[in-house]
Design a protein around this ligand. Structure first.
Ligand SMILES: N[C@@H](CCC(=O)N[C@@H](CS)C(=O)NCC(=O)O)C(=O)O
Length: 161
């Protein structure tokens, strides 16, 4: 049975669990990440060098990045209407999948979610202090946020500081 490493409170883990449920695929989920088992151990970092959840283990295959996990699960366990095999039919779906991960989600997090409730130390800063982050140190995630934030209005970003 495929195994997902990641806490249920992670939106990226939830996305993978939702996808597995849509596929009718039974997966085992283990609590890893902030407040649970550490993602900074050598064992976990061997699975995902970014030290983030979710991570999928399916036999001898390890996959990290939630979108990559979803694409793998769809390709391996899915059926055509859910994630079409034809590149021409799949491309419009991939457009929105990429847009949500690279543009919408960072804008939502930095523009609304964090300002609305997250501690100030979680906010994107041009000089981030990893020790003040909420549960994670500087990582690929921060790079993703930084790239996404470039699409945001500059005045909005200044407001976040
Ligand atoms: N781009 C990555 C982002 C993964 C990510 O940021 N995971 C967060 C939880 S949503 C994480 O691992 N945070 C640190 C932790 O929970 O310890 C993905 O889509 O999988």
């Amino acid at each position: 049975m495929p195994r997902i490493y990641g806490r249920a409170t992670s939106s990226n883990v939830q996305m993978v669990m939702w996808g597995a449920a849509e596929l009718g695929l039974a997966v085992e989920r283990l609590d890893y990440g902030f407040g649970h088992a550490s993602t900074k151990t050598p064992e976990f970092l061997a699975r995902n060098p970014m030290g983030l959840v979710p991570v999928l283990q399916d036999g001898d295959l390890t996959v990290w990045e939630s979108a990559a996990i979803l694409r793998y699960l769809c390709a391996e366990y899915g059926h055509a209407p859910f994630y079409p095999a034809s590149p021409r039919t799949r491309a419009p779906l991939d457009i929105w999948a990429e847009w949500i991960k690279s543009t919408f989600t960072p804008a939502l997090l930095n523009g609304l979610f964090y300002p609305a409730g997250a501690p100030r130390s979680c906010l994107l800063s041009p000089n981030p202090d990893p020790r003040r982050r909420c549960g994670h140190s500087a990582s690929g995630q921060d790079v993703g946020y930084a790239l996404g934030a470039r699409t945001m209005d500059r005045r909005h970003r200044l407001h976040l500081r």
